[in-house]
Design a protein around this ligand. Structure first.
Ligand SMILES: [Zn+2]
Length: 176
């Protein structure tokens, strides 16, 4: 996450460490730093090295990244959103080997493009936030809350559905 905070700094975004999160508007008291810390709650309950929790790990990474998408380069949104599409709409069982393949698709797509997809406004990227993760106390509750969180974030980007489904189809045609 340090790299991401460095990215924000380079991009001229001042990160606030007091009050609600400036990106997802979660009702935390230490801003996005607390959101980031809340993610650790998952690793206290789930062993993310266990393949049965891979999907939950990917969903949490995508939900976090898209809800706080000013903390990374704009093309990353295409990767996170297309991965959510493939998991949710195409029932793709995601694993670590697939992410670089998806990057290949996005890299080919972006070659002659200068426009990025526009994220929803701050605070309108899903009602659930990292704060809701803290209510989960069992592996099953973690899996469920992460899935709900990622689903809400995914739907908040729905105006880009056409673009994302076409990127997903490129992925499936090449690697499916
Ligand atoms: Zn946040």
């Amino acid at each position: 996450m340090q790299d991401l905070f460095d990215y924000a700094q380079k991009s001229g975004i001042e990160l606030k460490n007091v009050g609600r999160c400036q990106f997802c508007y979660s009702n935390v008291s230490k801003g996005v730093f607390e959101c980031e810390g809340n993610l650790n709650h998952l690793t206290q309950i789930l062993d993310f090295n266990n393949p049965i929790y891979y999907e939950t790990r990917f969903l949490s990474v995508d939900a976090m990244a898209l809800q706080h998408c000013e903390l990374h380069g704009p093309w990353n949104n295409h990767i996170h959103l297309t991965r959510l599409y493939l998991i949710f709409e195409k029932n793709i069982k995601w694993d670590y080997a697939k992410t670089p393949l998806l990057s290949n698709i996005i890299n080919a797509y972006k070659k002659d493009k200068t426009e990025f997809l526009t994220p929803p406004p701050f605070g309108e990227r899903g009602q659930l936030t990292t704060l809701d993760l803290l209510n989960a106390s069992t592996p099953e509750e973690c899996i469920n809350v992460v899935k709900s969180w990622a689903t809400e974030v995914y739907h908040s980007f729905s105006e880009h559905q056409t673009l994302i489904s076409s990127l997903a189809n490129s992925f499936l045609n090449r690697y499916g």
